[in-house]
Design a protein. Structure first.
Length: 42
């Protein structure tokens, strides 16, 4: 599955270890299970 069905709660921001600011979207979704987390290295 390459999609998430949910409700957008809003926007926020996080800082990476090097100080770079990254905007992120907060989404509420019911009944989903995270089975894999991919990184840039993979």
């Amino acid at each position: 599955m390459k999609a998430i069905i949910g409700r957008k709660l809003g926007m926020t921001q996080i800082f990476k270890e090097d100080g770079t600011l990254v905007p992120v979207t907060v989404i509420e979704s019911d009944g989903m299970v995270v089975v894999q987390k991919k990184t840039v290295e993979k």
